[in-house]
Design a protein around this ligand. Structure first.
Ligand SMILES: Nc1ncnc2c1ncn2[C@@H]1O[C@H](COP(=O)(O)OP(=O)(O)OP(=O)(O)O)[C@@H](O)[C@H]1O
Length: 405
């Protein structure tokens, strides 16, 4: 169409204005979109941080709760005053804390006392028995040796000393040798000691009882020795059974000359443990696996023949070990162009628990970017993040004179 010259220039100007306006609007829309995406990212990060904050708060609360003393109510003097026989020995006349319903407290009831004020702060109902609190019992843990990476030699050793005697006791009888009763796993935290013990229980169809050394002597004051007795009794009832004692150093560190009250408690618990171990038949179907990060401080009494006389080191994984562990933890992840050897090279010094955290974190980075696959960059960022949170694991060896088998 032909327009007169002056009219067409007016239209061109109009077009230009409209064009500029449209560009401006598009620009604004892009900015809004970017701001919205950023906002989404921030709120996702915010909720992640909130979750982390919650976890840390809970951890802090746990740390703030001082250890409690167990006791049995002997007599009720008034609605808020009772006489309690403490598990540490003496009787106390104590108050009932305002958080506890005084109606619940009758003679014979087991209660927890605050260590400083000795007030009754908790009633131990039958369901919430302290034994249940101190022991983790699994009828058949669901962990197989295939889920453990980088520990093939240790798996072979453990099979020899635990699995074989449990599955074929007649073999040992024929040959005339006594299978070991207990083995000690030592190595830095997070290297898979608990995992190994659970896998042995799974492969031998055994139940699994886990107790933590530090809890036996610090959380359930005065009950350590009794708990050890109960653990062995329960293990016999549930046999075949694997007893796993984590942090054994807390009950079996070298004896010191002067004994404080706490040390005496440790002593009593250790003596009971040694007596229980000496008292049962190594050909039976209860085996004990203990774990420690501090083999250097162990009392040699527990490493004597007939006790924990097999020692297996669970060290930090090497590069091939790290690849195996990464394979396990990425088996269900959608990876794109990720060579696990590259990831293993970047994770020198990390243990299995760190590698698991790296895999989960790499997945989180992909989710944050709305991607359905995980690339090497996600692993690199995850490694940075985990490294900034963890301290390098130190390897501590037992003293040479303590090593047997
Ligand atoms: N060798 C491994 N192969 C696969 N996963 C592992 C391995 N080691 C550790 N992990 C992962 O780390 C988690 C923690 O490991 P585990 O509890 O067995 O370590 P640990 O040596 O018993 O540590 P701690 O001394 O702190 O008790 C396991 O549940 C598992 O997911």
């Amino acid at each position: 169409m032909n327009y007169p010259e002056d009219y067409s220039s007016e239209i061109n100007e109009l077009d230009l204005d409209e064009y500029k306006e449209r560009n401006y609007i598009m620009d604004l829309e892009n900015k809004i979109l970017r701001a919205e995406l950023k906002n989404k990212d921030i709120s996702r990060e915010n909720s992640q941080l909130k979750k982390e904050n919650e976890i840390l708060k809970r951890e802090l609360d746990k740390l703030r709760i001082p250890p409690l003393i167990m006791g049995t109510v002997i007599d009720k003097i008034s609605s808020r005053k009772v006489v309690v026989k403490s598990s540490t020995g003496p009787n106390f006349l104590v108050n009932i804390s305002q958080f506890v319903d005084p109606e619940e407290i009758v003679p014979g009831e087991r209660v927890c006392l605050n260590q400083q004020t000795l007030a009754v702060v908790e009633v131990l109902s039958k369901e919430k028995d302290y034994r249940a609190m101190a022991m983790e019992i699994e009828e058949k843990p669901n962990i197989t040796f295939d889920e453990i990476g980088g520990l093939s030699t240790q798996i072979r050793d453990i099979k020899e000393v635990v699995e074989l005697p449990l599955k074929k006791p007649e073999l040992f009888e024929k040959i005339g040798i006594v299978p070991p009763k207990g083995i000690l796993l030592y190595g830095p935290p997070g290297t898979g000691k608990t995992l190994l013990a659970k896998a042995v229980a799974y492969e031998t169809n055994a139940s699994f009882i886990r107790v933590v050394g530090s809890e036996l002597v610090k959380k359930f004051i005065g009950e350590g020795a009794k708990l050890v007795r109960d653990v062995f009794k329960l293990a016999k009832e549930k046999s075949p059974c694997i007893i796993f004692i984590d942090e054994i150093d807390a009950v079996a560190s070298k004896r010191t000359e002067s004994l404080t009250g706490g040390d005496r408690e440790v002593q009593r618990t250790l003596m009971q443990l040694l007596a229980e171990m000496d008292g049962f038949d190594s050909r039976g179907d209860v085996k004990i696996i203990a774990a420690t990060n501090r083999p250097d401080i162990l009392d040699s009494a527990i490493l004597r023949p007939g006790r924990f006389d097999r020692i297996i080191e669970i060290a930090n994984p090497n590069e091939d070990g790290r690849i195996e562990i990464l394979k396990i933890h990425t088996s269900k992840m959608n990876l794109k162009n990720v060579n696990l050897r590259d990831v293993a090279k970047l994770t020198e010094g990390m243990v299995g628990a760190d590698l698991k955290a790296v895999c989960t974190e790499a997945g989180m980075f992909a989710i944050r970017e709305d991607r359905e696959y995980i690339k090497l960059r996600d692993f690199e960022e995850a490694i940075e993040k985990i490294k900034s949170k963890t301290t390098p694991k130190e390897e501590i060896k037992p003293q040479v004179s303590l090593m047997y088998g």
